[in-house]
Ligand binder design. Structure first.
Ligand code: ATP
Ligand code: MG
Length: 197
């Protein structure tokens, strides 16, 4: 039997925005995935803390953002575990919990470049492949990636979306609109929770 393919879209999602959602959709189509699972980190290994919202709020925004898309699912494995979220541990947990699924990891170009710094990357690339998406501001330097990492990355096409959570937090802080940059439900949630003000 052919295994169902699931893409793991990890991130801080502080907040989740249209770049994340489009990345998930393009990865799904481009790599023929059956589902995309959005996995908010509890604490990113490369950041000391998340800049804006707490983990409950980031989780709730992810849930609101993927609502209504039958191919997208929010997964709380890292938030439920707590502590620093290492992808290798998440992948181990998911592969153990769902032995019948075939997982891959979805990442933007900035993360592709950063892969050699990921915790236990050599073990990770033996377990899972990566789907990479172009991201404005990052030209992937393939020559800087070791061969055993490079060969695990498949690039799929995505229209450039020059949006980041950092820009959204900045805009909110300075009183600018983020309408059409985040899903409407997320925008209303941000207002209700008085986030990033
Ligand atoms: P921040 O500015 O806080 O770092 P971010 O917009 O980079 O936020 P993350 O939660 O850090 O969002 O990213 C989660 C994943 O989504 C990463 O793999 C990142 O490369 C990818 N990603 C985020 N925004 C885009 C985008 N506009 N285009 C392609 N990939 C993206
Ligand atoms: Mg980022």
């Amino acid at each position: 039997m052919k295994k169902r393919k699931v893409g793991i879209m990890g991130g801080t999602f502080d907040p989740i925005h249209l770049g994340h959602l489009l990345a998930g959709e393009c990865a799904r189509e481009g790599a023929g995935l059956d589902e995309v699972w959005f996995v908010p980190v509890f604490l990113p290994p490369h950041k000391e803390q998340t800049p804006g919202a707490d983990s409950r709020q980031r989780w709730e925004m992810v849930c609101l953002a993927v609502e209504g898309n039958p191919y997208f699912r929010p997964i709380d494995v890292e938030i439920a575990k707590g502590g620093k979220s290492y992808s290798i541990e998440t992948v181990q947990i998911l592969q153990q919990r769902y032995p019948d699924l075939l997982f891959s990891y979805i990442i933007g170009a900035d993360m592709v470049q950063y892969l050699p710094n990921w915790h236990r990357i050599d073990e990770l690339v033996r377990r899972i492949g990566f789907i990479g998406l172009k991201r404005p501001g990052t030209e992937i330097r393939w020559d800087l990636l070791p061969e055993h990492i490079r060969s695990c990355v498949t690039i799929v096409d995505m229209p450039s979306v020059d949006i980041s959570s950092t820009v959204i937090r900045e805009r909110l802080k300075t009183g600018h609109s983020v309408r059409y940059m985040v899903p409407d439900k997320v925008r209303l949630y941000i207002e209700e929770e008085k986030l990033y003000g």
